[in-house]
Design a protein around this ligand. Structure first.
Ligand code: SF4
Length: 246
């Protein structure tokens, strides 16, 4: 699946394959699983399949990269919305093909978002990867405290980011010490859940995360309130991380 994305913080989405399994409470109402069920793409879960997308789909990032040559702004590509790049069930050679594609499209910034940062050491090739923004989803403080240190340890990318979505518990994005460096996230995206039965995110949780981002000098992006209700004016902040020239 590749498309011009409707997600506010990216220009394109690219799914190299489809299928995943739930790993934490943030997955409980997985949108990708609902879509996969509705359209009969794959069965979800530990015994489900992972289905690679078509060769035609895999050509699209090269087309986006060609179109971006000479452009004033680098397009962002979110990978993946219907899978997790660092899923144990995915064959390593599929992942290798994806990293070859990322290396072949330096005009694009690839946003790899995972709920499995414990796999990065084994599955993310040593870089540097100047066109990769590496992110992990942290739906609450417990997941942040477990996942951010694993992501923070990755020194081979220009941007390390947190997706605090769906926010289902409060979260203060503190920094951690890596070697002799104190590291805070470069970017944090905040969003409440949407859809029927969405779990409620009080505005105070988003405000608390935003204020800590200001202390950290972390760029903050308010994506949506619970159920896509209007964003209060004090939270209407949509920043992107500063990345030096490449
Ligand atoms: S990691 Fe993402 S795609 Fe996989 S089950 Fe959880 S929410 Fe769905």
């Amino acid at each position: 699946m590749a498309e011009n994305s409707k997600i506010e913080w990216t220009d394109h989405t690219f799914n190299p394959w489809i299928g995943c399994q739930k790993v934490s409470p943030g997955c409980d109402r997985c949108y990708a699983e609902s879509l996969a069920k509705r359209y009969g793409w794959v069965e979800w879960g530990p015994h489900g399949e992972r289905k690679r997308t078509s060769a035609a789909n895999w050509k699209k990032p090269r087309q986006w990269a060609a179109a971006a040559r000479g452009a004033s702004r680098r397009p962002r590509v979110f990978c993946a919305s219907l899978a997790d790049v660092f899923d144990n069930q995915v064959p390593d050679d599929w992942r290798k093909d994806l990293f070859d594609l990322i290396a072949a499209t330096p005009e694009l910034d690839w946003l790899l978002l995972t709920k499995r940062p414990e796999n990065l050491v084994r599955m993310f090739p040593t870089g540097p990867w100047l066109n990769v923004w590496l992110g992990t989803t942290c739906e609450d403080q417990e997941r942040y405290d477990r996942r951010w240190p694993l992501l923070a340890a990755q020194s081979n990318v220009p941007v390390r980011f947190i997706s605090y979505e769906p926010a289902i518990g409060p979260l203060v994005p503190h920094g951690v010490v890596v070697g002799n460096v104190f590291r805070t996230p470069d970017w944090l995206i905040c969003g409440g859940e949407s859809g029927h039965g969405a779990r409620y995110m009080p505005a105070e949780w988003a405000e608390q995360a935003m204020w800590q981002c200001e202390v950290n000098m972390t760029a903050f992006f308010m994506k949506q309130m619970t159920g896509k209700k209007p964003i209060p004016p004090q939270l209407m902040v949509r920043e992107f991380p500063h990345v030096g020239a490449r």
